[in-house]
Design a protein. Structure first.
Length: 316
């Protein structure tokens, strides 16, 4: 099987799981944001981009199952594709097109799990959002992921390429290179006296520990209905203010830090995003890791301990 983006955050945890199960796993990753240090030595690695047709052909070979996670999520959480929209659109749309086009050209009988994003919904009309909620993305990243979904479903309907779409909500855990939880932890590690938080304490997100997200992707591959879309989240939304409290408690800094909220966030940010996961629950999905346990696992991981040695003084 093939995992595109397999050296990245979610992808590398997926590869770890699959190789532990004895699967023969190939990884295609251009290492623009991923790292070879994340990779299981049991996986076969090809360095290349999904925008390169030759690299896609080489890595696909006779793959019967493809987890397509490769995407440009930018290097800064604040941009949502606004920094380099052309790169975001090329990687996420043309890269996805190349995967599906190559499957047809090579005549492969393959199932594709396309990792989409909750960003396709835009500002929700209601929460929790179901898979039937209107899609109205408000960032280049969200637009590109929706276009990828449309390609996946078009190739399923018109070319018979077996496809399942998983809309990934906010995943977190070891190896996370960016986004809110990592950003807050990094700030505290560098300065335990004060913490500036983008946006409002009332902003709500639906976080999912990375091992639970891997479970969702694997279930989609094993039991997902062809041509179907599934939300994947932790199922327990939390306000950013409450999240900050849990992080401070994890570091033993409750009531010891001057926390300030900017009141303004980034372009493309959404005040409340909560996913209805009842559809994927019917496949057997059960998020197991609470936010408290997930944060504890992050702080106690070798990944975090290694990072903190380079970040400066602060809680450890």
């Amino acid at each position: 099987m093939l995992v595109t983006g397999g050296a990245g955050f979610i992808g590398s945890h997926l590869v770890d799981y699959l190789t532990r199960q004895g699967a023969n796993v190939t990884v295609l990753d251009d290492l623009s944001t991923g790292s070879k240090n994340n990779l299981s030595p049991k996986a076969t690695f090809y360095q290349g981009s999904t925008t390169d047709t030759d690299a896609v052909h080489k890595s696909l070979r006779a793959a019967g199952l493809i987890y397509h996670l490769a995407a440009d999520a930018t290097t800064r959480e604040s941009s949502m594709g606004w920094d380099t929209p052309a790169r975001t659109l090329e990687t996420n749309i043309i890269g996805t097109l190349n995967v599906y086009k190559s499957i047809v050209e090579l005549g492969l009988d393959a199932r594709v799990i396309y990792a989409s994003s909750a960003a396709v919904y835009g500002e929700p009309l209601f929460t929790p959002v179901t898979e039937d909620h209107p899609t109205n993305p408000i960032s280049p990243y969200g637009i590109s992921k929706l276009a990828g979904e449309k390609l996946a479903l078009a190739y399923f309907r018109e070319c018979g390429v077996d496809s399942v779409v998983v809309r990934v909500f906010n995943a977190y855990g070891p190896r996370q290179p960016r986004h809110v939880i990592f950003d807050l932890m990094k700030k505290l590690q560098m300065d335990e006296t004060q913490l500036q938080v983008l946006g409002s304490p009332n902003t709500v997100r639906d976080y999912c520990y990375v091992s639970d997200m891997v479970d969702a992707l694997v279930l989609a591959a094993e039991r997902g209905v062809s041509g179907q879309i599934y939300n994947a989240s932790g199922g327990k939304p939390i306000a950013i203010g409450d999240l900050v409290g849990l992080i401070l408690a994890q570091f033993g800094l409750a009531n010891k830090v001057d926390v300030r909220y900017t009141g303004r966030s980034w372009k493309g940010d959404i005040m409340r995003m909560e996913g209805d996961i009842s559809r994927i629950v019917k496949l057997g999905y059960r998020p197991r890791i609470s936010m408290t346990e997930g944060l504890s696992r992050m702080v106690e991981s070798e990944w975090w301990k290694s990072l903190t040695r380079n970040l400066g003084k602060g809680p450890s």
